[in-house]
Design a binder for this molecule. Structure first.
Ligand code: GLV
Ligand code: GLV
Length: 351
């Protein structure tokens, strides 16, 4: 039986009635592809007619196409593929608000061609994702997860000089691939660990900023060779797909660690499994995977890797702020006196 994704929203008709009784004739319809912090969704009340996926799971493709078919706005997740097929199925669609800073799940070029605005949630998740990056870095360097596993297995026999020796963080070199907002937030935290920071980016930071965080812009190969910890903060695009493959892993070398809280396909994950297995790099700590939620065979069997289920922005505070920002993008789009705060393709608004 196909699930009727609208059936459970009993207040739907009354919301519509409320709006039309206020004299609002052109009521916009919005669909939210997954339950989000309620306080943010409540802001849609009285402004648009809206529904939310009642199931706590990603919509099947057919369900997504069906849900989008007569809506003006879509609030979607990085797990929803938004492309020409979906736009064809949703002829009224005017705005897609992605609940993420990364928007590689959306064909923005196609949206722009059709005059559909795409928005994301930059800024609000920067510090939270930087915190998580450091949790990964410290966890792999000091073998936090292996230690936890040992304790739970009842294998701790008392303090021992050679038990689970890790690698220092303080005073080491941190390589940041992609010095955008999140990369910079990660680098700022390195000041407290007295680290040297190397970075790659299209842009060079102002001299004062470089000085403050002890940072030097270099080419990728040099960064990989010189860094003790390499952390990825680039968006996923054609140019960054498999940016880190077999060759790059060799440059990181047997004493280097790789951290990824950006997007999985930035790393050739099969090559990473090989490098970890052969210990041609020291370790890796991952929040994202090439084919989420799958992992490449062998990854989960290795001890020199820390694995998290895409938790970069997963704090209660930040997930609420992301929902509020996505909702603001939608409401402002339909309000002639307001501007969506964080458009990805603002050229759509200019016509
Ligand atoms: C999360 O991965 C995001 O892009 O916001
Ligand atoms: C991420 O790029 C952000 O803007 O926080």
């Amino acid at each position: 039986m196909r699930l009727d994704l609208r059936a459970t929203c009993t207040t739907d008709r009354s919301r519509h009635a409320q709006l039309t009784s206020k004299g609002v004739t052109d009521v916009k319809k919005v669909y939210v592809t997954r339950q989000l912090p309620q306080s943010a969704l409540d802001r849609l009340d009285g402004k648009v007619e809206w529904d939310v996926n009642p199931e706590d799971r990603v919509l099947e493709r057919e369900e997504l196409l069906e849900a989008a078919k007569d809506v003006d706005g879509l609030l979607c997740l990085l797990t929803d593929r938004i492309d020409a097929e979906l736009f064809d199925a949703a002829p009224k669609l005017k705005i897609v608000a992605n609940y993420a800073v990364g928007y590689n799940n959306i064909d923005v070029e196609e949206a722009t061609k059709r005059g559909i605005l795409v928005t994301n949630t930059p800024g609000v998740l920067r510090e939270t994702t930087a915190d998580l990056t450091w949790a990964l870095l410290l966890a792999i360097a000091r073998r936090v997860v292996e230690g936890d596993r040992l304790m739970r297995a009842g294998k701790y026999r008392g303090w021992a000089p050679m038990l689970l020796l890790g690698s220092d963080v303080y005073g080491k070199t941190l390589g940041i691939v992609g010095m955008g907002n999140i990369g910079q937030a990660v680098a700022r935290r390195a000041i407290g660990f007295d680290m040297k920071v190397l970075y790659t980016d299209m842009y060079q930071l102002p001299p004062l900023a470089e000085e403050l965080i002890n940072a030097e812009k270099v080419e990728l190969d040099e960064l990989l060779e010189r860094s003790d910890y390499v952390s990825l903060h680039v968006p996923l695009m054609d140019e960054t797909h498999h940016l880190i493959g077999e060759r790059e892993l060799k440059l990181i070398g047997p004493n280097g660690y790789l951290i990824n809280a950006s997007r999985g396909p930035v790393i050739d994950e099969a090559a990473l499994v090989e490098a970890l297995r052969n210990e041609t790099i020291a370790g890796a700590a991952l929040d994202v995977y090439e084919d989420e939620p799958e992992m490449k065979p062998g990854l989960a069997e290795l001890d020199n890797v820390v694995l998290l289920p895409h938790l970069g922005s997963a704090s209660r505070e930040t997930r609420t702020k992301m929902a509020e920002l996505a909702v603001a993008n939608i409401l402002n789009y339909f309000d002639p006196n307001a501007e969506p705060p964080t458009p990805v393709n603002p050229e759509v608004l200019e016509d």
